[in-house]
Design a protein around this ligand. Structure first.
Ligand SMILES: [Zn+2]
Length: 373
């Protein structure tokens, strides 16, 4: 009986809606299934399915999704914290001597074992593959499991990180180059924030780069002049917050940030990303996607504006993306993946789901992990 009711409410058999009125929103009778999410992430903690083989280079990032996800679910008791800390620390790159710090290489964390010990047959032989994203994930995991970051040689890490910052304020993620955009500027800001030491970057230059990424429509692109995108908006606003350029009262004090940053138009752009099915899209004319509930939701939350989100609609959409196996898919009824599972859980935390820990939005961790309490 309940199943029949479900099918009826979820069916597409309703007549087309009259013009100008939005299509009917799919109603979900499901509820947030904490236990299944814990089991899903616990399974991933013990063994990643073979589908993730191609993402081996991002092993630390996948681990961050699992460990931080379990923390949001208040289920860190499923994890051997010392073993996790030891495993993460084993990916750190160390200079052989202080003189190495001037060689232009970054001494952070490798993303995986294979990137730490590259094959000599490899056409591109990189002795030190430390990457800003892996380093952010490594430090985040260490904070979550309660490791004292003052035990890390942060001076070497931050001194060498400065060489990754470009003259326009952006960051490249690895010393051999690659894309330079807001994602890696965010990682650098989060690394400095977690280590409580800003010697790793020039904040004024970084701020200028961020402001140059705001587009004519109010959103932010990953690079100056590129299309506005939900992930870029998060990187911009979260970085400004971590660097101390945005305070608690940003919404009422928007002009204090800079005459060049238009917070009001960013909010307008962000609000328009929530569409008729209640979900949130990353760009105009794209389908709602689980992860943007976090990227846009956290952007608005950091600006103190998440009261403008249709929370009921968003919750209903996210529940259609919740998998029967635990975790979340990108779109409704899709199989779960770790990336969307993590940001689905993070979005439910923003929505205030009972039993979930609150987030430090700008750092992408629970408040408890961020403050060490
Ligand atoms: Zn997504």
């Amino acid at each position: 009986m309940e199943g029949d009711q479900d099918r009826e409410l979820l069916s597409d058999s309703d007549p087309p809606s009259p013009s100008l009125s939005p299509p009917p929103r799919p109603l979900s009778l499901a509820s947030f299934d904490r236990e299944k999410h814990v089991k899903f992430l616990e399974m991933m903690y013990h063994m990643l399915p073979f589908h993730y083989q191609s993402q081996e280079i991002n092993h630390l990032t996948l681990a961050y999704f699992v460990i931080s996800g379990l923390d949001i679910l208040d289920a860190l008791d499923r994890v051997h914290k010392d073993a996790v800390a030891g495993w993460v620390l084993s990916f750190q790159a160390h200079p052989r001597s202080k003189s190495d710090l001037g060689n232009g290489q970054f001494y952070g964390f490798h993303g995986s074992r294979s990137s730490q010990f590259p094959s000599k047959d490899n056409a591109i032989f990189i002795q030190n593959g430390s990457h800003l994203a892996s380093t952010y994930c490594a430090l985040a995991i260490l904070k979550i499991v309660g490791y004292n970051l003052s035990n890390i040689d942060s001076a070497s890490m931050l001194t060498s990180m400065r060489s990754l910052q470009q003259s326009d304020g952006s960051f490249m993620p690895i010393h051999i180059g690659a894309e330079r955009d807001l994602r890696f500027l965010y990682c650098a800001a989060a690394i400095c924030f977690m280590l409580n030491n800003w010697n790793g970057m020039d904040r004024e230059k970084a701020k200028e780069y961020i402001l140059n990424c705001q587009s004519y429509d109010g959103g932010f692109g990953l690079t100056p002049g590129s299309e506005s995108h939900g992930g870029a908006a998060y990187c911009a606003i979260a970085s400004l917050r971590l660097m101390g350029f945005i305070g608690d009262d940003c919404l009422s004090n928007a002009s204090a940030l800079s005459s060049k940053a238009n917070i009001q138009s960013l909010l307008d752009w962000s609000l328009q990303r929530q569409v008729a099915d209640g979900g949130i899209q990353g760009r105009p004319n794209k389908a709602s996607d689980t992860c943007y509930a976090f990227w846009i939701g956290a952007t608005m939350g950091t600006l103190g504006a998440n009261k403008f989100i249709d929370e009921r609609g968003l919750r209903s959409f996210l529940l259609t993306c919740q998998s029967e196996y635990g975790g979340f898919g990108k779109f409704p009824k899709e199989l779960p993946d770790l990336y969307h599972s993590y940001y689905g859980l993070a979005a439910f935390s923003i929505l205030g789901e009972a039993g979930l820990k609150p987030l430090c939005l700008e750092l992408g961790l629970t408040e408890g992990a961020a403050t060490g309490l």
